[in-house]
Unconditional design. Structure first.
Length: 456
């Protein structure tokens, strides 16, 4: 603001004042002044007349200090804030603005809503994001050239169900989520299941970009055997690429940051409280997510290749493979079970031959010899061997959590048995309320003495 004759002027008004003063002084013609100010000659004449009468005050906008003609009515503002408080109390301004439009037909800009929420004390202004220290890698040109894959362990159901892992495949060129699914943990079988879903839906990509977890690569450079996931990629002619840092695969990392906010809230509003329901509902949500966030690739050609095999062949590739040597009686052991090959088959191997065992996610086993399936029978011999003893850093917490839950259930059952035994010792047989621990100082709460027998 500029002070002139006891009047505070904005920069635009001060510039206009200087031109009008030169016009009034005869230094500048009115036509040139009109051209400089972007006004008509008639408007310049009016400003000169007002300036001669009122001085610099004539150049001050008459709307200063007055409410805008475009302001939103207080009634509508209060109604929108009531909707936010009732349905979206922990939503950010941008997300709340989207839901107000889609669910309630209220079109309000995110910035206007942000100001209202800050004014009401429901939202705190965030500091501006610091400048990037490293320039981001340029996106690939074609869809399907590079697909980033990762999993996120999070309380996706906000306490309504156990914590789980969301595994997602995101295209590097477009940011489109190509496949995603909730699993109990981040395991090889989970990634193979999502690989099968991706190939069935979109085709075979050129490369996958992952971290250096043991699911994707072996840390012993001298070990020639591929991991199960690497073996499946080799069979599908997909190049596995491992990143050296989380920042290198930042697109999938930022995807999870977005989903941990938006997806959790969407499932809450939809009443989703378990993994099965979430996986059935997820494709519809991802379609909306991709419509909102996915970009157009620089090149229109899709790099996904058509998968020409059968669904059964793809499912076989995306199962976990093991190799066993047959005995002279055409049998072998696998995870505590004794497996016998049914005799009389045209492609049956000889004794001491090596066979492949494909283990599917549902526990089904398939014996293969030179690519041909073999009929067989399996008998459980050592049940304890069927339980996996090895656990990696991403699955050990899940294993321990399951054990802890079992221990808590056993402890609760033992406490209930002890309480019943104590009740029987005191002659109390029939609780007249729900059996629970009585409050302190009320040992007989909720109990009544045993009914005397008719003979007594």
């Amino acid at each position: 603001m500029v002070a002139d004759a006891r009047v505070m002027l904005s920069e635009r008004e001060a510039n206009r004042l200087g031109v009008i003063q030169r016009v009034v002084g005869g230094a500048v013609p009115q036509a040139l002044a009109a051209q400089q100010l972007g006004l008509s000659v008639r408007q310049v004449k009016r400003l000169c007349r007002d300036y001669k009468r009122d001085g610099a005050q004539a150049l001050v906008s008459k709307r200063r200090g007055q409410p805008s003609n475009r302001r939103i009515a207080p009634e509508r503002k209060n109604a929108i804030l009531a909707l936010v408080q009732q349905h979206y109390p922990d939503f950010g301004p941008q997300l709340a603005s989207e839901y107000l439009l889609s669910q309630h037909g209220q079109r309000i800009s995110a910035e206007t809503l942000r100001g209202w929420l800050i004014e009401a004390g429901w939202w705190k202004a965030k500091k501006r994001r610091a400048a990037r220290q490293h320039s981001p890698r340029e996106r690939r040109g074609r869809r399907g050239e590079l697909v980033q894959i990762d999993g996120s362990h999070h309380d996706w159901f906000e306490g309504r169900a156990d914590k789980c892992c969301l595994i997602a495949f995101i295209d590097d060129a477009t940011g489109e989520v190509l496949a995603a699914r909730f699993f109990a943990g981040e395991t090889t079988q989970a990634y193979l299941a999502l690989l099968q879903a991706h190939v069935s839906c979109c085709g075979v990509p050129l490369a996958y970009y992952s971290d250096r977890h043991s699911i994707f690569t072996k840390h012993d450079s001298e070990d020639p055997e591929p991991t199960q996931f690497e073996r499946a990629l080799l069979q599908l002619h997909i190049e596995p690429i491992c990143a050296h840092s989380p920042q290198a695969k930042g697109r999938v990392e930022r995807l999870f940051q977005t989903l941990q906010d938006r997806l959790c809230k969407a499932m809450r509003l939809a009443g989703i409280s378990d993994r099965q329901a979430a996986n059935a509902w997820l494709p519809g949500y991802l379609a909306q997510h991709n419509e909102r966030f996915a970009l157009e690739p620089r090149e229109r050609e899709d790099a996904h290749r058509l998968y020409t095999g059968s669904e059964q062949a793809l499912a076989r590739i995306c199962s976990v493979h093991h190799q066993r040597t047959l005995s002279a009686q055409l049998s072998c052991q696998f995870e505590g079970s004794q497996i016998w090959i049914t005799p009389g088959q045209p492609h049956a191997p000889q004794g001491r031959s090596k066979v492949d065992i494909a283990q599917y996610a549902d526990g089904r086993l398939e014996l293969l010899y030179r690519g041909h399936p073999l009929a067989h029978k399996a008998y459980v011999v050592h049940e304890h061997l069927a339980r996996k003893k090895l656990a990696d850093g991403k699955s050990v917490n899940q294993r321990v959590d399951v054990l802890s839950q079992e221990r808590r259930k056993i402890g609760k059952l033992k406490a209930l048995i002890d309480m019943h035994d104590s009740m029987r010792a005191q002659g109390i047989q029939q609780p007249d309320t729900h059996v629970s621990t009585p409050p302190l100082g009320q040992a007989g709460y909720g109990l009544r003495p045993a009914q005397p027998s008719p003979s007594g």
